[in-house]
Design a protein around this ligand. Structure first.
Ligand code: NAX
Ligand code: ADP
Ligand code: K
Length: 505
């Protein structure tokens, strides 16, 4: 699914209004109804609701929401910040439509800002996607007081003060929402970790923006939906055999880190690969043969770390390398040989990333359109350099992928997948239970298996990251977030693939 900029969303609004031959006020009413529907499921009518409205259409939404909540028997108070004489037309129309029983006060100076009860339910409708500059003056004061009030804050469309798709200047005041209910499409800002305390839990509610407009709009930013991913999934063929689904090689494990190889290998096998060979330091032989009997095991002449590539490396369809391998000099040499000689795709993780990050020569040797890197943010920084904020990191991701013609899954709460053509896909599955050692090794195994099954590298990244997160979401239901381990993810991979095979209702 596409992510749109604030400017594109404005165009989508205007296009929809024209296409459906309706008044903009009607689209605002749809938005308010969609928001209210979510609100009713979340808060009981016994709640007293305080709606803070700015002078634009976001404030107009707030007024319409106040009216709808009043109709549904909530006790509502409205506070308008700013000069209503300069307000948008749809704001004014909704102010007219506000029933007399709903108290509406204008905040004209600091002393007008209300003292809220201890546990207050606040709707933030100060600014949405129309924000063009940092909050100042009375707006800033209101937001600071709301943030300090301990109220439960629900933002309409955007947390007020947060820029939709670019860096909000340092030190600016931004609403810290508990929930953000956004219209039709999530906004880029929601996917960036630096905005966690502002956006809170976000959800999207549909308001029927023109599908024709959205499908024609140009963007290179996407987020993955269940539907997108299901379309990628290939059925297994009746007359297929293990050779049909690829022979993967994993170069993983080291002394004291043989578990990384076990996790990657088990995940690879649970993701549909036809055949799996693991090459590990010889100390791992018994461990691997016992823990992963389905895989063939080759041993490195070195007992403790990777020092050689297997013979006839070209017989493998894909090579996953990195988890647990360390950065000893012979291992570095072996990684150099791998980059120079392998004609098949490589999934490069963990210490293999660190080794390449430390050598400009190796970076230059990266085979084009054949490499998937799976770094966490620290590994990414080593590979691509330091950045000052999440927007710079995103730009660095695109630049690196384009320069080196590679794919990168930059792991995190919303893993960002960069492609050689400059596209970025944000993942939408997964949870904080997955923030535990070994889950990255599992991802290496999953993506390696998918490349082995002839998914192209872009598909393997999108599907692999999504199914890995979905396994985490399914594990959440059975083991919860605190007790979740990387092995739980592996155990839930089959169910995750089964979920994707089921048609969507
Ligand atoms: N355009 C439409 O038809 C629809 C708009 N909707 C709502 O409208 C919002 C966008 O509305 P607007 O474009 O009116 O913008 P906002 O309501 O977000 O902002 C209002 C105006 O305030 C001014 N402004 C920006 N930054 C400011 C600052 N820091 N201090 C003071 N003034 C500032 C700008 O001139 C801006 O246009 C969306 O987020 C959504 O909530 C929805 O009702 C759906 C339909
Ligand atoms: N808060 C979170 N929400 C969703 N997914 C997460 C979260 N924290 C971690 N993950 C996922 O867990 C994995 C962690 O990988 P990584 O840091 O490489 O772990 P390790 O090196 O221990 O295997 C990544 O796929 C990441 O996206
Ligand atoms: K808002």
């Amino acid at each position: 699914m596409k992510l749109l900029t604030a400017a594109q969303i404005r165009e989508a609004d205007a296009y929809t209004i024209q296409e459906e031959n309706m008044a903009s006020l009607e689209l605002m009413e749809r938005a308010a109804r969609a928001f209210t529907g979510w609100f009713e499921n979340k808060f009981l009518p016994t709640e007293e609701v305080f709606v803070f409205c700015g002078p634009g259409n976001n404030g107009g939404d707030g007024l319409a929401v106040a009216r709808l909540l009043h109709q549904r028997k909530y006790k509502v108070q409205v506070f308008i910040v700013g000069d209503t004489a300069k307000a948008s037309e749809d704001f004014k129309a909704n102010l007219e439509r506000l029933p007399e029983e709903v108290q509406a006060q204008t905040i004209e100076e600091e002393k007008d800002i209300p003292e809220l009860p201890l546990i207050a339910c606040v709707v933030d409708a100060l600014f949405g996607t129309g924000l063009t500059r940092p909050l100042t003056g009375l707006y800033e004061e209101v937001v600071e007081q709301l943030n300090n009030s301990g109220a439960c804050i629900t933002s309409i469309d955007m947390p007020s003060g947060l820029y939709t798709d670019s860096q909000t200047p340092e030190g600016c005041t931004i609403i810290k929402a508990d929930n953000t209910i956004s219209f039709q499409l999530p906004k880029l800002a929601f996917f960036l970790p630096q905005h966690e305390e502002y956006v809170g839990d976000w959800q999207v509610v549909p308001i029927g923006l023109s599908e024709q407009f959205v499908s024609g709009v140009e963007t290179d930013l996407y987020y993955t939906s269940r539907r997108d991913v299901q379309q990628l999934l290939k059925p297994r063929r009746k007359f297929s055999h293990k050779g049909t689904y690829g022979h993967a090689l994993l170069l993983c494990g080291g002394y004291g880190k043989m578990g990384a190889a076990v996790l990657a290998a088990r995940a690879c096998l649970r993701s549909g690969v036809g055949l799996l060979t693991i090459q590990a330091p010889s100390a791992g032989y018994t461990v691997l043969q016992t823990a992963v009997p389905e895989a063939m095991t080759l041993t490195d002449p070195n007992r403790r770390h990777l020092s050689e590539l297997p013979e006839a490396i070209d017989k493998f369809d894909v090579i996953g390398v990195g988890p647990g391998i360390g950065t000893e000099p012979p291992t570095k040499t072996a990684i150099g040989q791998l980059l120079a000689t392998s004609s098949h795709p490589l999934v490069i993780d963990a210490d293999a990333i660190n080794i390449i990050a430390g050598s400009d020569r190796l970076k230059e040797q990266l085979p084009k359109n054949k490499v998937i890197f799976t770094p966490h943010p620290k590994e990414f920084e080593r590979l691509a350099g330091k950045v000052n904020n999440d927007y710079e990191r995103l730009q660095r991701l695109r630049d690196f992928c384009q320069e080196h013609q590679c794919y990168i899954t930059l792991k995190g709460s919303h893993t960002a997948i960069g492609t050689p053509s400059g596209k970025v896909y944000f993942n939408t599955t997964g949870n904080s239970g997955m923030a535990t050692g070994g889950t990255g090794d599992v991802l290496t195994g999953v993506i390696t298996a998918l490349v082995g099954q002839q998914y192209n590298l872009e598909e393997a990244c999108i599907l692999g990251v999504y199914v890995h997160g979905l396994a985490g979401d399914l594990a959440l239901r059975t083991v919860g977030d605190i007790g979740m381990t990387a092995s739980d993810l592996i155990d839930h991979l089959p169910k995750a693939f089964m979920c994707l095979q089921q048609p969507m209702s």
